[in-house]
Design a protein around this ligand. Structure first.
Ligand code: SAM
Ligand code: SF4
Length: 431
């Protein structure tokens, strides 16, 4: 979401004459867009500010803005701790950024961290989305009302808000006009999307069905979804849509019902498995990825082994796993932590299994021709970059006139992270 937000901030700043520069030490203004989901995020921000400070030691100081969830969580504290920072702006105040910059003077530091979500989206609804990346994000929903005990999102992004259906479709049409071929609908709880217009309640399934009709759009994805909001109308899209990719990021966090309850996750392992089975029944080639929190306070060896058992059952691909990181202000913040060595051992074990499935999957593509959406030319190399339907990175030889098209690529090799190959010449797909 920070990638989407950064692009939108830029769309706004262009209106008052700002342009991006590649010359780092030449910028008039720096914006650091930050994430607060795990520890170290805050320290990374101060470290980055320190780096910029050194760059400018003998030059005119740039305006230093910290945006994103660290800004939201730390607010005034950042201005006190690091006088080099000039403006602190939270995710629901980005509509104020032009005004802040226009009225800025070095003597007056500013902080904007109110939750003005509706105002923000209304402001951006009137600013064209200029993203022309072949695969682009589109925010449909922000915030969260679920309050998992470990998570800062409800505090940093605020309560759940769904954008008007019609505005999202308009923005999607703008992106497609710019040449975008794949749209990933995003939100902290993207499948909780719910927008009421008169008597009709629009769900994410309605958005997918509407996007499906736009002929120039090739692929639809969404992230991140919550198991509790995986309703039948969304599951049905996997039988009706030809553009919805068969790869679902569905975080479970733990394979133990005891831990899920302690986390306040509001779903059980059995409910998760039932979603998995429904989807597999519709299309057995659908694959899953997930998020895992390792060593949540109270996790015994037995509970941990339940997570391993679940991973082995589903064979998750491309998943994220991190040791529990206490976040200030959350219910789990003061809980007794599990020994560091044990946690590291558990994480290594989980990641070894997850990586082995990824490699197994990647190897299964060798010597096969698969559909790849060509995204761009690789920097400094005479190769193209694209992704298959499971989001695998694919690096291959081919003509750059294929950027934006779905082509057949013959896979000749792979490692854990990427597939390698060459575009087939008879090409120009049909799938
Ligand atoms: N809303 C999605 C859901 O609930 O399934 C997940 C979105 S959350 C912003 C992204 C991921 O960050 C979570 O799934 C979780 O695994 C991870 N995460 C959040 N807080 C964490 C913490 N305190 N320690 C470790 N990982 C955390
Ligand atoms: Fe965080 Fe997701 Fe839980 Fe919301 S549902 S509190 S975003 S982990």
């Amino acid at each position: 979401m920070n990638e989407y937000d950064s692009n939108r901030i830029y769309d706004s700043l262009k209106k008052i004459g700002f342009i991006k520069t590649d010359k780092q030490d030449d910028a008039y203004c720096y914006i650091l867009n930050t994430c607060h989901i795990r520890d170290k995020a805050k320290e990374k921000v101060y470290h980055e500010v320190g780096r910029v400070k050194k760059l400018y030691r003998e030059k005119k100081k740039p305006i230093m803005i910290v945006a994103g969830c660290v800004a939201q969580a730390e607010n005034q504290e950042m201005l006190k701790r690091e006088p080099y920072i000039d403006i602190v702006i939270g995710p629901q105040s980005y509509h104020k950024i032009n005004q802040l910059l226009k009225s800025f003077t070095q003597k007056k530091k500013k902080e904007e961290t109110e939750f003005n979500t509706i105002e923000k989206f209304e402001y951006f609804d009137n600013i064209k989305n200029t993203s022309n990346k072949i695969s682009s994000f589109l925010t449909i929903q922000e915030g969260c009302d679920k309050f998992c005990h470990f998570c800062v999102v409800p505090f940093t992004r605020g309560p759940e808000y769904s954008r008007p259906f019609i505005k999202i479709i308009k923005e999607a049409e703008e992106l497609i006009k710019n040449g975008v071929k794949e749209i990933t609908l995003i939100g902290q709880n993207v499948n909780a999307y719910s927008y009421k217009d008169n008597s009709k309640v629009y769900k994410i399934s309605d958005l997918i069905n509407e996007l499906e009709k736009i002929s120039e759009l090739e692929r639809i994805r969404y992230t991140t979804s919550h198991p509790r909001d995986m309703t039948d109308d969304l599951i049905d899209c996997y039988s009706t849509s030809k553009k919805l990719m068969p790869f679902i990021h569905l975080p479970i966090q733990s394979g133990s019902n005891k831990i899920l309850k302690l986390m306040n996750r509001k779903h059980t392992v059995e409910e998760y498995l039932s979603i998995y089975e429904k989807l597999k029944k519709i299309n057995s080639s659908i694959e899953f990825s997930s998020d895992f929190i390792i060593s949540y306070p109270g996790e015994t060896e037995e509970n941990f082994n339940e997570t391993i058992k679940l991973i082995k059952k589903i064979k998750f691909l491309n998943s994220y796993s991190f040791i529990f990181s206490p976040r200030p202000g959350t219910k789990a913040a003061g809980l007794k932590l599990i020994d560091d060595e044990i946690s590291k051992e558990r994480l290594t074990k989980v990641q070894k299994i997850l990586f082995s499935y990824q490699l197994e999957m990647n190897r299964s593509f060798q010597n096969k021709s698969i559909d790849i959406l060509v995204e761009n030319k690789m920097q400094g190399q005479n190769k193209l970059f694209g992704r298959n339907k499971y989001l695998n990175s694919v690096i291959f030889k081919g003509d750059e006139k294929n950027i934006g098209k779905i082509v057949k690529v013959k896979i000749e090799g792979c490692n854990q992270n990427s597939l390698f190959g060459e575009i087939e010449h008879k090409n120009m797909r049909a799938a």
